[in-house]
Design a protein around this ligand. Structure first.
Ligand SMILES: O=P(O)(O)OC[C@@H](O)[C@@H](O)c1c[nH]c2ccccc12
Length: 274
């Protein structure tokens, strides 16, 4: 059994328990938190600033504890001040140490920034939760969903005005899972079986992603030079967690990376122009 199988098995139990505790009808009656906080947030639009999707992640199955001290409101506000275009908040507790309360706290602290609910979605119920907790986007992971499930869940997400980030790790997952209700396609550089990360995965797959989707490169990113290479290859956005969270001041780490990335962009565009 791979770690992904283990996470999904646990997730199905968890969702069934939460459905018992809070029936669908109650979630469906929740006020539209997103609309209360702000009107039009469009994650795809917002990516055009720094393109950084900054993640709040306390621990992971591959790294163990990354940061158990950071406060979610303070860290996410710091991320936004430092230039994050979008926030990603883990809500999986057993494997990643995240909670629904983390997402709600991030929402309240950052009314104007798009937020991704980072979890393993296997059921429409989790989309209703994401909406009720104030998320703007949800992640769908091709590795643990059939193409039919991806199609169904992405349509349901759109019905709830949630944008969809589809995560893929290889050509086969990409080709079988794309559908018009997907907004962003993320290439996970981390192999979920071996936990090794390689940006070659992103560089290999980028050409295959149609231009109608925003293209995101995910995981294992920590330096501006690599980001520049990925940007030139066609990526619009970068999903980064550990490189920030493992430091004592995650927002400062993001700021440093943004400064470095921007100056490299300027230097390289001057070189191109001269
Ligand atoms: O911390 P990193 O290596 O910068 O990676 C962030 C993000 O891509 C990673 O947390 C992630 C990508 N896909 C996921 C699916 C579930 C949980 C976590 C993830």
């Amino acid at each position: 059994m791979t770690i992904l199988d283990e996470i999904i098995a646990q997730k199905r139990i968890e969702v069934a328990q939460r459905k018992e505790a809070t029936p669908v009808a109650i979630l469906e009656q929740m006020p539209d938190f997103k609309r209360i906080c702000l009107s039009s947030r469009d994650a795809v639009q917002d990516l055009h600033s720094t393109g950084i999707i900054a993640e709040f992640k306390r621990k992971s199955p591959s790294k163990g504890i990354i940061n158990d001290k950071a406060d979610v409101a303070e860290t996410t506000q710091g991320y936004v001040r430092a230039g994050a275009a979008v926030l990603s908040v883990l809500t999986d507790e057993p494997f990643f140490g995240g909670t629904p309360a983390d997402l709600q706290a991030a929402r309240l602290a950052n009314p104007n920034t798009p937020i991704l609910r980072k979890d393993f979605v296997v059921d429409r119920y989790q989309l209703l939760e994401a909406k009720a907790w104030g998320a703007d986007l949800v992640l769908l992971i091709a590795a643990c969903l059939t193409p039919e499930e991806v199609a169904e869940l992405s349509m349901q997400a759109h019905d709830l005005s949630l944008q969809v980030l589809l995560e893929v790790h290889d050509e086969e997952e990409l080709d079988r899972s794309l559908n018009p209700n997907i907004d962003l396609v993320g290439v996970n550089n981390r192999n979920l079986k071996t936990f090794k990360t390689s940006v070659d995965t992103s560089l290999r797959l980028v050409e295959r992603i149609p231009d109608t989707f925003a293209k995101i490169t995910e995981s294992g990113l920590h330096d501006a030079e690599t980001m520049l290479t990925l940007f030139r290859a066609g990526f619009d956005g970068f999903l980064i967690g550990e490189a920030f969270m493992k430091t004592a001041d995650p927002a400062a780490a993001l700021q440093t990376l943004v400064t470095d990335f921007t100056s490299r962009m300027l230097t390289s565009s001057n070189l191109y122009n001269s």
